[in-house]
Ligand binder design. Sequence first.
Ligand SMILES: Nc1nc2c(ncn2[C@@H]2O[C@H](COP(=O)(O)OP(=O)(O)OP(=O)(O)O)[C@@H](O)[C@H]2O)c(=O)[nH]1
Ligand SMILES: [Mg+2]
Length: 247
Amino acid sequence: MKNILVCIPTFNERENVEHIIREVLSQGNDIEILIIDDNSPDGTAAIVEGLMKSEPRLHILKRAGKLGLGTAYVDGFTYGLTMPQIGYFMEMDADFSHDPKYLSNFRETIQDFDLVIGSRYSNGISIVNWPISRLLLSYFASKYVRIITGMPIMDPTGGFKCFRREVLEWLDLKRVKSNGYSFQIEMNFFVWRGGFKIKEIPILFIDRRAGTSKMSSGIVKEAVWGVWKLFFRKLIRKDKLARKEIK
Ligand SMILES: Nc1nc2c(ncn2[C@@H]2O[C@H](COP(=O)(O)OP(=O)(O)OP(=O)(O)O)[C@@H](O)[C@H]2O)c(=O)[nH]1
Ligand SMILES: [Mg+2]
């Protein structure tokens, strides 16, 4: 069986990074980690590099500055695709909102699907510690995305997910330019329109317990307008271009 590369973008995650790395790696010998760090001023990368000396399953991709979550994943996936032992790619946050114990559920489910999404809205709403305003925003945003794009996905903005390698080889990653929520929606959209098999599994999402949030109103605005772009792409069938030629 192929290994899983857990891609974790970091920006100022000094308080979380060592702990999350240890917990993730303890979920199995088939698990490797790629930290994508945007030159965090708090020295996150130095902590990772210290751990790498005794941990061959830990990798780092260092970028020059804070370039956003979407391009961090695109660069991380591109880097990971050069590693032939990797069969699956996970997206995961460093702040413990995504519990590493779910990795075994992802591993099991991805055997039969092409994209597995950890869903906060499959069994009602399973989010802990969010103010009601943020919860409502996220919940109605997911409904809005579903209606405009037509994607049958309960949690289209979630960032805890697993792609089969072939899906990322197929997608033209260079075309994905969005960040934050918009990035998550766009990736799901292309995979769905590409006819791949998608499965949502329920997860309990817990708000970050340490460090600071990088959420901004720009990320919300990008997503609000971004879905209309997808709507029109679908209308004129331009999304088909997102896929490279089938090899
Ligand atoms: N490399 C990189 N990582 C980022 C960037 N922005 C956020 N991250 C990381 O992406 C993950 C999710 O970011 P969060 O700040 O938790 O964003 P969020 O989950 O929407 O917001 P909160 O949970 O409320 O803090 C974390 O691991 C961050 O460190 C970025 O520009 N570059
Ligand atoms: Mg978070």
